[in-house]
Design a protein around this ligand. Structure first.
Ligand code: KG4
Ligand code: ZN
Length: 371
């Protein structure tokens, strides 16, 4: 038997709440304290990029170990930054899906342990849904300045990150309809892999964005692959091969020796430019397809690739609907979005059971169908 959840009075009437958010789904340990779903009191992120760079990708076992080492000192330091004691926290929210199983389990179990030991309610948060919610957090914060004051739903939601590329119809917070997802590499993953081919390192997004700004030349033409069976889903894996062939040129006999080192800076920049142009156009084409079918009022963006300012300019020029972007501090993995969405879930649906499991793979599902 778990102790009674002393802090729960009536979750429908609870307004002011300080939520401790925990994110450990991949290679970032992140802790945040957020008030009322949008006011960030403290947010800390420890990236493990250096640890995994040696191996050319995230090593799950190392990621879990690093989360275990960092998580308690970070909780302490985040509470200090917010000038709060643990007993002033009202709710614990932790990512429970999707991600690396061992990594998820660290944050989820720490969240549950704090819930039991401090008699606090607990909610599990879906990482992809939290990326979408991050645009809502920035919107709430800026809403007085924002010209769009009506109900923003139905909205087109788009998450483009290292692990995901998806489009959903958002009918409300907690009510989603999946429209399209990736069939192979996510958009951020394609940025990361192509950056390495062009002589950069992880994370590839900022490297490609900077490199592409050095040119405007249409030296290379790439084409976004399109699945015959699922033409409105995303597929970026084939772009790696196209970039590789562009690097090798036509001289396949020398392909083992050929590398980006043989390209001039201008050629590398032109390839980065062509890659960005291709994936951004592909995304906008798919937006337009879904905008013809649904009466969307706004577009909500989330995920690490949203940090790309060239993308923001391109989409806003091409698509004539109000866009909501996460602040740049909320694009990459963070715990503020977990605490923020945790508050909304608790307010609308109450606490989760402590039996909630970690799910490494799971699509975004609605949790508020009757609302
Ligand atoms: O959201 P995120 O932290 O990870 C997942 O949940 O998967 O996103 C990380 C991804 C990386 O692939 C990184 O290359 C990409 O976001 N990224 C960018 C930019 N900054 C980060 N992609 C394009 N342009 C950027 N400026
Ligand atoms: Zn993420």
């Amino acid at each position: 038997m778990f102790p009674p959840l002393a802090k729960i009075v009536d979750f429908h009437t609870v307004k002011k709440m300080k939520v401790l958010g925990i994110e450990s789904s991949c290679d970032e340990t992140a802790i945040a304290v957020v008030e009322d779903g949008h006011k960030i009191l403290a947010s800390q992120i420890a990236s493990q990029a250096d640890l995994h760079a040696l191996y050319g990708g995230v090593v799950p076992e190392l990621a879990s170990r690093r989360h275990s080492e960092l998580i308690f000192p970070m909780i302490k330091s985040c509470l200090n930054e917010a000038n709060l004691q643990l007993n002033e926290i009202d709710l614990i929210a932790a990512t429970h899906s999707p991600g690396l199983l061992g990594a998820l389990l660290v944050g989820l179990n720490v969240g549950k342990a704090l819930s039991v030991s401090c008699s606090l309610p607990f909610v599990g948060v879906h990482h992809i849904e939290a990326h979408l919610y991050s645009a809502f957090m920035s919107y709430k914060k800026n809403s007085r300045k924002n010209s769009f004051q009506e109900n923003p739903f139905p909205a087109l939601g788009c998450v483009i990150s290292g692990g995901h590329t998806l489009l959903v119809a958002i009918h409300d917070i907690g009510r989603y309809e999946m429209l399209a997802h990736t069939l192979d590499d996510a958009m951020g993953e394609a940025f990361d892999k192509i950056a390495v081919m062009l002589g950069g390192s992880y994370p590839g997004g900022p490297f490609i964005e900077k490199l592409a700004k050095q040119t405007k030349a249409g030296l290379y033409r790439l084409k976004a692959p399109q699945s015959k069976q699922y033409p409105w889903h995303f597929s970026y894996s084939g772009l790696k091969t196209q970039v590789l062939y562009a690097i090798w040129g036509q001289n396949l006999k020398d392909m083992k020796e050929a590398s980006a080192a043989a390209l001039s800076q201008e050629q590398k920049a032109a390839l980065a430019f062509a890659f960005q142009e291709t994936v951004f156009k592909d995304l906008a084409d798919k937006f337009e397809h879904h905008l013809l079918k649904y009466p969307f009022k706004t577009i909500w963006m989330g995920g690490g690739v949203c940090a790309n300012m060239t993308l923001r300019d391109y989409l806003e020029k091409r698509i004539d609907l109000p866009f909501f972007w996460p602040g740049r501090h909320l694009c990459l993995d963070n715990a503020a979005m977990i605490a923020g969405l945790g508050f909304m879930k608790y307010k609308l649906r109450g606490p989760d059971s402590l039996n909630l499991a970690a799910f490494p793979r799971s699509l975004l599902v609605s949790w508020n169908p009757s609302h």
